[in-house]
Design a protein around this ligand. Structure first.
Ligand SMILES: Cc1cc2nc3c(=O)[nH]c(=O)nc-3n(C[C@H](O)[C@H](O)[C@H](O)COP(=O)(O)O)c2cc1C
Length: 420
């Protein structure tokens, strides 16, 4: 019986364990998690979502308070068009995060960064160009372009000296989206080094509508592989979304995937950036506790636990401090939703906004508990401790379980003193 360990992902001469841990913003897929995965010979992701916040938390910079101070006069205004990111600051924050992660890297694996196009930051092209350039400058092994079509993103860095040496990949949810990307980029004579095909069971934002349940990853993978074959294009394809066991992963590798990208099982590891109390919420979740809704201002459906405190919260938009979702004209769907509620309840002390959420603030505070559809199975991957809580796992344990397990088995962690 085959297992993941029988396969390798090849990038040129480099050989990797074909397990990629997907990017999870904001700092849920931490540097610690990515470093551990690289040590074990796979690929770990950090994320550049809200990188100024991440830099402040990790490196004691003061980027967020400086931005808030600069734009404080605008807090009560619903016109956010003047609230711009300072590009050199964005560059410094990205260099801090990427540079220090890469300096600490050990082992034969790689570390990539997840860059979401939907973080439009009130100047989409300039900020994205800076994010990509700074990550390359700081030595990142690869960049995964996600949450958006990224039709023009390669062109933003075509003059960078590392444009052809760093690994560049895209996330798509259909063969159609892949074909569009490749058509748009023929001029650059630079194919992606890998393609992540993300199915409807993934965490975070989905490349599907609310009819996501009608789709399945194996079928989309087959369509993508057939499309690439028909075009005589040879690019490693990485399957993602709902791959819960080593056997699930092996089935995709046997189908022709070059690797699998997984995330949900790592949300309950010590190295994951979620606070411990929230890791317990993930463990406790039942299938009924998980929903796909449309409260993200990005316009993409998002999967999360129904108990997320950010759902229905009516806080004042915080764009002067954050503002990552402001479009090119300084608009965000949450600002509109919030203004509407203020107009309807002008004297209310506390508002509830149901249709959208202030994603920046709530992701920053870990109040939107985004998760994959398989989260309800996490409790089966660990032991219950005497106090009734679940034992948090090590990333190494989960990684090895994917790498070596067969027959749909999931290895439980070693008994700790507390669980014995
Ligand atoms: C908590 C969480 C946060 C995520 N955040 C992001 C993100 O910021 N950007 C992104 O491209 N994908 C994000 N994802 C998707 C993962 O990178 C990954 O592709 C997917 O969840 C894999 O499926 P699985 O969780 O079923 O293993 C997130 C997933 C989870 C569980």
């Amino acid at each position: 019986m085959k297992r993941v360990e029988d396969f390798r992902l090849h990038f040129g001469k480099q050989e990797l364990v074909p397990i990629v841990i997907g990017g999870m913003g904001v700092d849920i897929s931490t540097a610690e998690l990515a470093l551990e995965v690289a040590r074990l010979g796979g690929i770990g992701h950090i994320s550049d979502a809200m990188v100024q916040t991440v830099s402040d938390t990790r490196f004691d910079t003061k980027f967020v308070s400086a931005k808030l101070k600069q734009y404080k006069h605008n807090v009560a205004s619903s016109d956010k068009s003047s609230v711009q990111f300072c590009l050199p600051t964005l560059e410094e924050a990205t260099r801090n995060h990427v540079g220090r992660t890469m300096e600490a890297k050990k082992g034969s694996g790689m570390i990539f960064i997840n860059c979401m196009e939907k973080l439009t930051m009130n100047a989409p092209r300039d900020t994205l160009r800076m994010r990509l350039t700074a990550a390359l400058d700081a030595g990142i092994d690869g960049i995964t372009l996600s949450a958006g079509l990224h039709l023009g993103s390669f062109a933003l860095i075509e003059d960078h000296p590392r444009f052809r040496d760093a690994k560049l990949g895209i996330i798509v949810s259909s063969a159609r989206a892949l074909a569009m990307f490749l058509r748009k980029n023929t001029r650059l004579n630079r194919l992606p080094d890998y393609i992540v095909v993300e199915g409807p069971l993934a965490g975070g934002h989905l490349g599907f509508g609310l009819d996501w349940a009608k789709y399945d990853l194996a079928t989309i993978m087959a369509e993508v592989l057939a499309y690439l074959k028909s075009e005589h294009i040879d690019i490693p394809v990485i399957a993602a979304g709902g791959i819960f066991t080593g056997s699930d992963a092996t089935a995709f590798l046997e189908q022709g995937a070059a690797a699998v990208q997984v995330a949900t099982r790592f949300t309950v590891t010590v190295e994951c950036g979620l606070p411990d109390k929230i890791k317990q919420e993930y463990f406790k979740a039942s299938e009924d506790d998980i929903e796909v809704n449309t409260i993200s201002p990005t316009g993409y459906p998002m999967r999360m636990l129904k108990g997320s405190p950010g759902i229905g919260s009516g806080i004042r938009p915080n764009c002067e401090a954050y503002g990552y979702l402001l479009d090119a004209n300084g608009n965000c769907a949450y600002i509109d939703a919030w203004n509407r509620e203020v107009a309807l309840h002008p004297t209310a002390k506390k508002l509830s906004v149901k249709d959208k959420t202030c994603l920046c603030t709530h992701m920053r505070n870990f109040d939107i508990w985004t998760c994959g559809q398989t989260t309800y199975r996490l409790k089966d991957t660990t032991r219950t401790l005497p106090d009734g809580s679940y034992q948090v796992l090590s990333a190494e344990h989960v990684f090895h379980d994917y790498q070596f397990s067969t027959g749909q088995k999931i290895a439980l962690p070693a008994l700790t003193a507390m669980s014995a």
